[in-house]
Design a binder for this molecule. Structure first.
Ligand code: KIV
Ligand code: NA
Length: 264
């Protein structure tokens, strides 16, 4: 049966961890989907992983639509989430038009990076039939404001603000919250504070689901490897087995381990 946002809510209620991975093309989407990954993310990380840019900012709407349509062809029942790239949801009107293009290309939901300013946008999308994932913590589209790719929510004041934002965005209509690079105790607090499933990357093992960039978990990433990444291909014989090992490790909560986690 195809995965929907209801499936993810059920996982959360039962306390069963679910997995997500990026894919950008039909072949990997099929591999990932057939391995039982619940959510496929067409991440704007493709700007770095596929295009070689040093940030996600150059990625365009047309490129996201193209990759989303490729992924949709290979998908075998996973929930397809597509990133809205930098400045394509700067106004509510732009967000509605651009999200519609991603949904027409085969996305089941969209992901937006930001904080409380997105409330109106999320409500507008949600009310018109577009489920939204709100990405908080280290939001790579904000790298120039954040002054680098750094762990977020480290002091108590920042932590409380992030919890508040997660609750406000859920109230506005966000169906999923995604937390990137936040201390594990904060991610656990947010996962408890909201009813919406929380997906983590570099956010410890107490979130409801986990996500990684496919290239990172296959160990083919060039350049600096973040702390939260694990190479699953190193212990297996094939890409298919590596993805299955990831699904199993997430389900059993053996990934992420301490060594992949930010404590504070
Ligand atoms: O673009 C991406 O791959 C992402 C994940 C890292 C969450 O947003
Ligand atoms: Na992204």
């Amino acid at each position: 049966m195809a995965v929907t946002i209801n499936t993810l809510r059920e996982y959360k209620q039962k306390g069963e961890a679910f997995s997500a991975l990026t894919s950008y093309d039909a072949t990997f989407a099929q591999v990932v989907s057939e391995a039982g990954v619940d959510v496929i993310l067409i991440g704007d990380s493709l700007g770095m992983v596929l295009q070689g840019h040093d940030s996600t900012l150059p990625v365009t709407m047309d490129q996201m639509v193209y990759h989303t349509s490729c992924v949709a062809k290979g998908n075998r029942g996973s929930l397809i989430m597509a990133d809205m790239p930098f400045m394509t949801y700067g106004t509510v009107e732009a967000a509605l038009e651009n999200a519609a293009d991603l949904m027409r290309a085969g996305a089941h939901m969209v992901k937006l990076e930001g904080t409380d300013w997105m409330k109106e946008t999320i409500s507008a999308l949600s009310e018109r039939g577009v489920p939204v994932c709100a990405h908080l913590g280290l939001t790579p589209q904000f790298v120039n404001k954040l002054g680098g790719y750094k762990v977020q929510g480290r002091d108590e004041k920042a932590a409380e603000i992030m919890i508040e934002h997660a609750c406000e965005l859920e109230a506005a209509g966000a169906d999923i919250i995604l937390l990137e690079c936040v201390p594990a105790p904060l991610a656990a607090r947010i996962s408890q504070a909201v009813k919406a499933p929380v997906i983590g990357i570099g956010a410890g093992s107490d979130t409801d689901g986990q996500v990684l960039v496919l290239h990172d978990m296959l160990g083919v990433t060039t350049g600096r490897k973040p702390r939260f990444v694990k190479n699953f291909l190193a212990e297996t014989e094939s890409v298919q087995e590596a993805v299955s090992a990831y699904v199993k490790a997430v389900r059993e909560r053996t990934f992420p381990a301490e060594e992949h986690t930010f404590k504070a």
